[in-house]
Write a protein that binds this ligand. Structure first.
Ligand SMILES: [Zn+2]
Length: 67
């Protein structure tokens, strides 16, 4: 029996899902499933709306009472 390839299309290089690391599917790439795609989307949205908490050590947070 000869090994038969069902896919005539050229095989894309296997890419790992950016979320879970599983092989990404063509439909949801670069993710493996819609779930992982949603996870990434939520991360992006949260990141977009979230206020970056930047701590400035140089800036005086609390002013010392002047004596
Ligand atoms: Zn995944």
């Amino acid at each position: 029996m000869d090994p038969v390839n069902d896919n005539d299309l050229p095989v894309d290089p296997p890419k790992a899902c950016a979320i879970c690391g599983k092989p990404a599917t063509v439909r949801f790439r670069p993710f493996c499933s819609k779930r992982c795609a949603d996870v990434d989307l939520n991360r992006w949205l949260k990141g977009a709306y979230a206020i970056p908490a930047v701590e400035d050590p140089d800036e005086d947070v609390s002013e010392p009472p002047r004596g």
